[in-house]
Design a protein around this ligand. Structure first.
Ligand code: GLN
Length: 486
């Protein structure tokens, strides 16, 4: 693999601004890498060669004029639930197989205005529903560390592409863990920002009260740089919040002196892989060496997070996915048999099994007579989960925990048992329910050489503190320097 594809964003930035390398060269190397590796890894649903080279040429012109910018000329990939004008955007679903996005999502627009280059659209679970990328209607992305294993999900393409050097960074989305869990499985860094930190305009909705876009990269600083570009209020998304966006990369430093770190006892559960537990404890000890003050804390409602999430997320999904009816856009089947038959056939053929399961669960939870017992109850438990965090954050600055209970599992291992699959997210889901920022970064490897993820959770809108803690830990370890075999 070209050395160019191992560069961090700031290293690439430096070479670009000193004219040692051009964006066209960087982009060509990335496209070449995709061509050489993606028949095995299957990270991309669409490779946008022409767009990428046109954007790279434009970036080189801006660089030649002496312009600077942290993402100017940097090749990135974008999860295929995020709209990119003029480019096919499928949500990894048959129902949007030929859908060409008519406009850019705000996050895409911000990246492009900053001069980033889009090399393609990344595979994921259909409508971001899953934890392994096996629910994609098109292909199963492979884990670059072991091709018989899943990359995690739902942003599995975004994680695997970055790990294997097909792009320098990427965007994912996280509704219940979909940035952090694949980051952990693939040995990269991914941050889910606070709900409201990043605009959801132009992001294909799964569960609107939980969905957030976030960056993935090979180091904390790369994620910080991307986040600074995509974050901030957007008049097109009324849930995006008007709070100022710091320069996240600027705020990074080596120290954790006095940082109060809470370790939730509920996040070390029976059945978790012993090597994961050991690696996380070792990371906690490292935080102490860096000057942090560590205490055990309790998040007592943790055990209700998975059922609460699967009521709220499916209820919102059933409503969001009602729009795919064959009328305005997307697949249309059975037109000649009347309106109802058309709805039925379009949705029967357009949606995959897991998406149908969730639409049915969500419709049931919202139906008259069951609403109070399920949906309303789940909303109340959600409040209890949020309050658990508020109590802990009155005493602690960040919470440190595992990202996932195991390292990457085998392709096919959990597909026949949805409940087992849902349990991959037991440590990430509460953070979405509470709307908090959370990052995953590498903290070790198991005996099979598979990466282990460490999660750091912060108070609302304190991404800077989360990134700072993550960066200090990362820079005191070597984990992020390992790359998967070529
Ligand atoms: N794995 C979880 C689910 O299937 C989370 C997915 C996500 O964050 N988009 O819903």
């Amino acid at each position: 693999m070209s050395e160019l594809l191992r560069l961090s964003i700031s290293e690439a930035n430096d070479l670009l601004s000193r004219r040692k390398v051009s964006s066209v060269e960087l982009t060509t190397a990335a496209l070449q890498r995709i061509r050489n590796s993606d028949d095995r890894l299957r990270c991309f649903l669409t490779v946008t060669d022409d767009l990428a080279l046109a954007q790279a040429r434009r970036a080189d012109e801006r660089l030649a004029r002496g312009e600077t910018g942290s993402l100017l000329g940097i090749p990135l990939g974008i999860k295929d639930v995020i709209l990119t004008k003029g480019v096919r955007t499928t949500a990894a679903s048959r129902i949007l197989e030929n859908f060409i996005a008519p406009y850019d999502a705000t996050v895409s627009r911000r990246l492009f205005e900053a001069g980033a280059v889009c090399v393609g659209k990344l595979n994921c679970d259909e409508f971001a529903m899953g934890s392994s990328t096996e629910n994609s209607a098109y292909q199963v992305t492979r884990n670059p560390w072991d091709h018989d294993r899943v990359p995690g999900g739902s942003s599995g393409g975004s994680a695997a592409a970055v790990a294997t050097g097909q792009c320098i960074g990427s965007l994912g989305t996280d509704t219940g863990g979909s940035i952090r869990q694949p980051a952990a499985c693939c040995g990269v860094v991914g941050i889910k920002p606070t709900y409201g930190r990043v605009s959801r305009f132009g992001v294909i909705a799964y569960a609107s009260s939980l969905d957030q876009v976030g960056p993935m990269g090979r180091c904390v600083e790369d994620c910080a740089r991307i986040l600074s570009v995509i974050a901030g209020h957007d008049t097109n998304d009324s849930t995006s919040v008007e709070v100022s966006v710091p320069d996240y990369a600027e705020a990074l430093g080596p120290s954790c002196k006095g940082l109060r770190v809470g370790i939730p006892k509920e996040y070390f559960v029976e059945g978790m892989q012993p090597e994961v537990e050991k690696a996380v404890h070792a990371a906690v000890a490292q935080f102490e060496r860096l000057g942090a003050v560590v205490s055990e804390v309790s998040l007592p409602h943790t055990e209700y997070a998975v059922p609460t999430y699967y009521l709220i997320a499916t209820a919102e999904a059933s409503s969001n996915l009602a729009r795919y009816d064959g009328i305005k856009y997307g697949l249309r089947r059975g037109e000649s048999d009347g309106l109802l038959a058309m709805y039925r056939r379009t949705r029967a053929e357009g949606f995959g099994t897991e998406v149908k399961r969730r639409i049915m669960l969500g419709t049931y939870a919202l139906s008259a007579g069951y609403y109070d017992a399920y949906y309303l109850k789940a909303q109340k438990v959600r409040t209890l989960i949020r309050r658990d965090f508020e109590k802990v954050f009155a005493q602690q600055d960040v919470i440190v925990a595992p990202t996932a209970p195991t390292t990457a599992f085998r392709v096919g291992e959990k597909t026949s048992d949805p409940l087992q699959m849902y349990l991959s997210d037991i440590f990430t889901i509460s953070i979405n329910l509470a709307g908090l920022p959370g990052i995953s970064l590498p903290c070790g490897f198991d005996a099979m050489g598979l990466p282990i993820g460490l999660q750091i959770i912060g108070r609302p809108f304190e991404e800077a503190r989360v990134l700072q803690a993550a960066h200090a830990y990362e820079q005191s370890t070597e984990w992020h320097k390992r790359s998967p075999p070529d």
